[in-house]
Design a protein. Sequence first.
Length: 170
Amino acid sequence: MKRAFYIGRFQPFHLGHYSIICSIAKEVDEVVIGIGSAQKSHDPENPFTAGERVLMIRHALEDANVKHYAIPIEDLQRNAVWVSHIISMSPPFNVVYSNNPLVIQLFKEANIDVRQPPMFNRKGYSGTEIRKMMIEGNEWRQLVPPAVAEVIDEIGGVERLRNVSMKDIE
Ligand code: ATP
Ligand code: MG
């Protein structure tokens, strides 16, 4: 059984993440998806809770037939022991997919096989850009899987993001 590990914050889970995970799934039997900064929510960079992100990922990957486990992982603020922290929380995996230099460095130092997946339309498919569009009232729905847009509507995600991004009312 070959299992891959892939980590992101998924604020929100967008089509870049979706495309990467579908391509990883062609190379392995199962994908473990680490949901980073799991303790964070209700702030402008991290509007959604870990549970809401689990929901987005589950519904988005349902139709794609990708066997996966989404595992929330809290920040440790201690890079030297971060890989052990991941391993302690995750189903066992044989290979890591990442384009993040720190993630690559830490897993390589732990002698874990790391592969770099290609980027998919990085300009449009970016969490930062999508959150900006939500705040400014621009059309963001085409940048996420349809199931993710449904989850965001269900939880009132856009209104929440706007509210937590505002300054004090004076
Ligand atoms: P943010 O702007 O909030 O950081 P993001 O789009 O970078 O959001 P993350 O949750 O930080 O999303 O991403 C997790 C991983 O997914 C990162 O390592 C990043 O390299 C990768 N990723 C993000 N967007 C794409 C994309 N369009 N194509 C391929 N990989 C992507
Ligand atoms: Mg990022």
